[in-house]
Design a protein around this ligand. Structure first.
Ligand code: FES
Ligand code: FES
Length: 156
């Protein structure tokens, strides 16, 4: 099937099999490999992107379901070539990443979380990110980063 998807503000299109997953479309057809694949069970969240403004696990969405929609990946988050998105900056400043494998998905999920709840409590951040797993178990600093990005004071 021919699909047309706006990815990070740019029109993309391809002829895809109906079973092709959105994450494979993004990584292999569009060439944006920042969106990672960490499992094959819809459980890790490494593949999280925004689909029409909603956070989704792109391994659970068919590429054809994104036809006519807009997708934002981690590559499309920063405002320009040199500056980071405030959430990326907060992760950097608060050491919210170790190996970095979960980070693109964590950041995308965290941005959605603050869109829905701009001043979350620590517990709300933990609950909001429970669909995203960090195999380095760096949750403490990830939560700190999200709280910092929300403009709330964080303990060192
Ligand atoms: S790769 Fe999509 S949830 Fe793990
Ligand atoms: S930083 Fe390594 S998986 Fe999260």
């Amino acid at each position: 099937m021919e699909i047309n998807v706006n990815v990070n503000g740019e029109a993309t299109s391809a002829d895809v099999e109906p079973r092709r997953l959105l994450v494979h479309y993004l990584r292999e057809d569009v060439g944006l490999t920042g969106t990672n694949i960490g499992c094959d069970t819809s459980s890790c969240g490494a593949c999280t992107v925004h689909l029409d403004g909603e956070s989704v696990k792109s391994c659970t969405v068919l590429a054809v379901q994104a036809d006519g929609s807009g997708v934002v990946t981690i590559e499309g988050l920063a405002p320009n070539e040199t500056d980071l998105h405030p959430m990326q900056e907060a992760f950097r400043q608060n050491h919210g990443l170790q190996c970095g494998y979960c980070t693109p998905g964590m950041v995308m999920a965290a941005v959605s979380l603050l869109d829905e709840n701009p001043k979350p409590t620590e517990r709300e951040v933990r609950e909001g990110l429970e669909g995203n797993l960090c195999r380095c178990t760096g949750y403490h600093n990830i939560v700190k980063a999200v709280l910092a990005a929300s403009g709330q004071p964080v303990e060192s």
